[in-house]
Design a protein around this ligand. Structure first.
Ligand SMILES: N[C@@H](CCC(=O)N[C@@H](CS)C(=O)NCC(=O)O)C(=O)O
Length: 215
């Protein structure tokens, strides 16, 4: 098989890439990496020294593609399918990329900060950093709530790369900072994302690993 994805089903950025693959039924060889295992982590670092995943390997073109957004861009370019996750129109494509960046930088990354702090030893905690991360997520929720008052998906009527970014980011962010009843449009958007077959499958496949999520 030409495509091989290095990933873990519980890892949120990996889920973002999986949604894109599932949206288009793109065939790939799944390669689950346990980062806690030194050999597996070293194997990943051989192809991407940063050591983060997802990483896509395309044997047919001899390309190694790290970074969830770039993986989705690559799939859209070389393995297009029925779901056009990046619009052909240049202005719409730019707006899609902006929303993808928004979810990654202002929901996903701060969510990782909060979760990552739970894994730190008691002497290495960063309460101020966690507080700032939660404040950033709260601001982002408010902005998402305004936008989603009139939209089905992040870009409007069509599911896009921005929704691939939003789904896992909101899934885990809601666990560390629940939408509550302050952000009802965000909560309704999240319900739609949960029902989207590609993301429902991702969540189903992550369930066996949920016990590993730090409470
Ligand atoms: N910007 C990267 C972020 C990837 C990322 O943070 N992946 C996490 C899993 S969700 C990871 O590899 N964490 C392990 C580590 O930081 O060492 C992307 O979009 O793919």
């Amino acid at each position: 098989m030409a495509l091989k994805l290095y990933f873990h089903p519980l890892a949120s950025f990996c889920q973002k890439a999986l949604i894109a693959l599932y949206e288009n039924d793109t065939q790939f060889e799944p390669h689950i990496v346990n980062l806690a295992d030194e050999t597996e982590s070293a194997e990943l670092k051989k192809i991407w020294p940063i050591g983060k995943f997802p990483v896509l390997r395309d044997e047919a073109r001899d390309w190694t593609i790290p970074e969830s957004t770039i993986i989705i861009e690559y799939l859209a370019q070389h393995y297009p399918g029925k779901a056009q996750l990046i619009p052909a129109d240049a202005d719409l494509a730019r707006q899609t990329r902006f929303r993808d960046r928004f979810f990654d930088l202002y929901v996903h990354d701060p969510m990782q900060k909060v979760v990552g702090d739970r894994l730190r030893p008691p002497t290495g905690k960063d309460p101020l950093g966690v507080e700032q991360a939660k404040a950033r997520i709260e601001t982002a929720y408010g902005m998402i709530d305004q936008e989603m008052a009139t939209r089905t998906w992040a870009m409007g009527d069509t599911f896009s790369m921005a929704d691939c970014a939003a789904a896992p980011a909101l899934f885990y962010a809601n666990l560390v900072l629940p939408f509550g009843d302050r952000h009802t449009n965000t909560a309704r958007y999240f319900d739609r994302l949960m029902k989207r077959p590609s993301f429902a499958r991702v969540v189903e496949e992550a369930k066996p690993y949920f016990h590993m999520f730090p409470k």
